[in-house]
Ligand binder design. Structure first.
Ligand code: CO
Length: 148
């Protein structure tokens, strides 16, 4: 066994084809409002974060065909894309995952939206669901994360 690495669910990401339609559905049907919207050029995606308590639902939509999310939509359709967990230290958590023998997508933490540091664990290791490790509040984009 290992010490608990995950402090909270940061976001659950849902891949959608029509961002505006999805935002509208969450607002009209579930009363969930957009707290943050961002183009993440590096990943070729647009993100909309809907606040749910201290966590988010993240709607994610590709901005170019070469985006991994475009491939995901083409092969698997709309739906759950990844689950993101908050960790105290992304680099340490990533290293612990590798030490435990699991495959990772990112060899080192990189910048996510909202000034976070992120790294992905390979879904082949994590039972079919892409797992993201999120360290909040490293830059100015701190939103909704409780103090560590
Ligand atoms: Co994410």
């Amino acid at each position: 066994m290992t010490e608990p690495l995950l402090t909270e669910i940061d976001h659950v990401a849902i891949a959608v084809r029509d961002m505006d339609a999805a935002i509208e559905w969450y607002a009209q049907t579930l009363g969930a409002r957009v707290a943050h919207r961002e183009l993440v050029e590096h990943d070729g995606v647009e993100e909309a974060l809907l606040a749910v308590g201290e966590s988010y639902v993240q709607l994610v939509s590709p901005t170019r065909e070469s985006s991994a999310v475009a491939t995901f939509l083409a092969t698997r359709g709309e739906g759950l894309h990844h689950v993101a967990y908050r960790v105290a230290d992304c680099a340490e958590a990533l290293e612990a995952v590798r030490r435990a023998g699991s495959r990772v997508v990112d060899e080192a933490p990189r910048r996510g939206s909202r000034g976070t540091m992120i790294a992905f664990v390979h879904p082949k290791s994590s039972f079919g669901t892409l797992v993201e490790l999120v360290q909040e509040g490293l830059a100015d984009g701190k939103v909704g994360a409780p103090p560590q």
